[in-house]
Design a binder for this molecule. Structure first.
Ligand code: FAD
Length: 469
């Protein structure tokens, strides 16, 4: 355990200030927990390391999957939490905790409607393409489809509700009794001073360990040295404190990768470019995988190609669909998205062998025409033939965020390795174990914000109720 993230005995420690509830981290999980706590009658203090709260939430597309909302109903989309739970387990090969899956899939539609009704977040459903593995259209996002808009809206809602967010405050130390009860935390301020803050309950919402190369090497060796595309401040503090407290850590090898990050621009290129009928080729113009399994496991597959590089290939119609995402518009603005009127011209722009790319196009066209399945197992039934003008983006694979973390019970309270609970410690979002099985392939799109928002709300309410006795 690093000296920066330590658990020290609470005995004899005096605190400069006492608050009922501390929440560490002001991403989606922390801000949702804060809104839920204040609504339950307890004023939380949110500690955030950064000067402006953003976290990985701001880097995401801000899309939250939820089944059975009125937003879906208005579009005639039939969906239920049970169906969603089955999709999650199918993707996770049945390796996610069924209790946690039921808990979050039941909570998330209520949480989305609550954020819309009580806090004015204008959600709508992405209704023009299917995310892999979801059997209904259930991604809810704000108008710009950007996580930055989501986290800014949550921060504004928290401020309006009277939540105090202390920025430039990095929690370093937890003070705990012999029974694991948290008495308070120490937070380091930008000038190096430490403030000791006493609390009656603590919510860890400081995400996972993608920003901690040692932990990534230990738990996810296949991503050792890969581009980390999440927030650098997510350095595994919850897991490190958890180890110090005897908390149970689960599914530490699970993560979300992404096989489509524009290179070298470092901009996410939406997987819609593939799901709508595009494909990936290597630097020799050949396809190498069934891209529709999912973008998460595709990260390691792309990294195994020569140079760790692939090309997303699609057409103007698909670019039109992708353009609803700010990231894609940004990728276009920076010149990452190539455009050509013929396959030959495209091959030239990509610097891949022309004959090979032409053959790949012809093979895909045949599969689309016959609705066939290729040697990798990808079915092309139901997609349209690519039509000129064509587009291509050079991409690489990246680690987005980790999905393992603190084991939690039905009230988001942290469990111990000995089967007990840590009495006043809660976890949500990337700090807690997710519902993504045991590897990258277990990640279903949206699992990240699902547990950030659903567990955030559960943790905030439960911690506030505990404080109120
Ligand atoms: C590029 C990208 C795209 C994604 N797209 C999606 C998507 O569309 N849908 C989806 O569901 N998920 C997506 N995800 C995953 C999603 O962003 C995360 O799962 C989610 O944002 C986690 O929320 P959080 O609140 O747990 O963490 P964060 O939003 O990362 O917030 C954690 C906060 O804790 C702070 N912090 C950390 N340690 C400390 C400390 N010791 N003291 C004080 N503060 C601390 C950090 O500064 C940070 O602000 C994406 C992730 C990435 C990187």
């Amino acid at each position: 355990m690093s000296a920066q993230r330590q658990v020290l005995p609470a005995e004899g420690v005096s605190f400069e200030v006492e608050v009922p509830l501390v929440i560490v981290g002001a991403g989606a999980a922390g801000l949702v927990a804060a809104l839920a706590a204040i609504e339950t009658g307890v004023e939380p203090l949110v500690l955030e390391r950064d000067p402006v709260p953003r976290g990985s939430t701001a880097l995401s597309a801000g899309l939250i999957p939820a089944a059975g909302t009125r937003f879906q109903e208005a579009l005639g989309i039939a969906d239920t939490p049970d169906l969603f739970a089955r999709d999650i387990q199918r993707k996770a090969h049945g390796d996610s905790d069924p209790g946690l899956v039921s808990l979050v899939t039941a909570e998330i539609p209520r949480a989305i409607e609550w954020l819309a009704d009580a806090h004015g977040l204008p959600f709508s459903v992405v209704n023009d393409f299917n995310y892999p593995g979801h059997s209904a259209r259930r991604m809810h996002g704000l108008p710009s489809r950007s996580g930055r808009e989501l986290v800014d809206a949550l921060r504004q809602a928290a401020e309006s509700a009277g939540v105090q967010v202390l920025t430039g405050a990095a929690a370093t130390t937890l003070f705990a009794g012999t029974d694991g009860r948290i008495a308070g935390v120490a937070a380091e301020r930008p000038d190096g001073t430490l403030e000791r803050i006493g609390c009656r309950a603590l919510v860890l919402a400081c995400n996972g360990y993608g920003g901690n190369p040692d932990l990534v090497r230990r738990h996810i060796p296949e991503m050792d040295g890969a581009l980390y595309f999440g927030h650098p401040g997510n350095t595994g503090d919850a897991a490190l404190w958890g180890e110090g407290l005897g908390a149970e850590l689960r599914a530490m090898s699970a993560y979300q990768g992404h096989g489509s990050v524009a290179h070298p621009h470092g901009i996410l290129v939406t997987w819609a470019v593939v799901m709508e009928g595009g494909f990936q080729v290597d630097t020799q113009g050949h396809r190498f995988s069934n891209e529709t399994h999912g973008y998460s496991e595709q990260a390691a597959i792309v990294l195994r190609q020569p140079g760790g590089i692939a090309w997303d290939v699609f057409d103007a119609r698909i670019a039109g669909v992708a353009r609803q995402f700010e990231d894609f518009r940004q990728a276009e603005a920076t010149g990452a998205v190539l455009r050509a009127d013929t396959v030959e011209e495209l091959a030239g722009a990509m610097h891949v062998p022309e004959a090979a790319l032409r053959e790949t196009f012809q093979a895909v066209d045949r599969l689309v025409a016959t609705g066939g399945t290729d040697a990798f197992g990808r079915s092309f039934s139901g997609v349209r033939t690519l039509a000129a003008p064509f587009h291509a983006v050079k991409v690489t694979g990246a680690l987005f965020h980790t999905q393992g973390g603190l084991a939690v019970g039905t009230d988001a309270r942290v469990l111990r390795t000995d089967g007990g609970i840590l009495p006043n410690l809660f976890a949500a979002g990337g700090a807690a174990v997710g519902v993504s099985g045991l590897d990258a392939a277990g990640y279903l799109s949206g699992n990240g914000l699902l547990t950030a928002v659903a567990l955030g709300r559960i943790a905030g309410k439960a911690a506030a109720r505990l404080v109120r006795g």
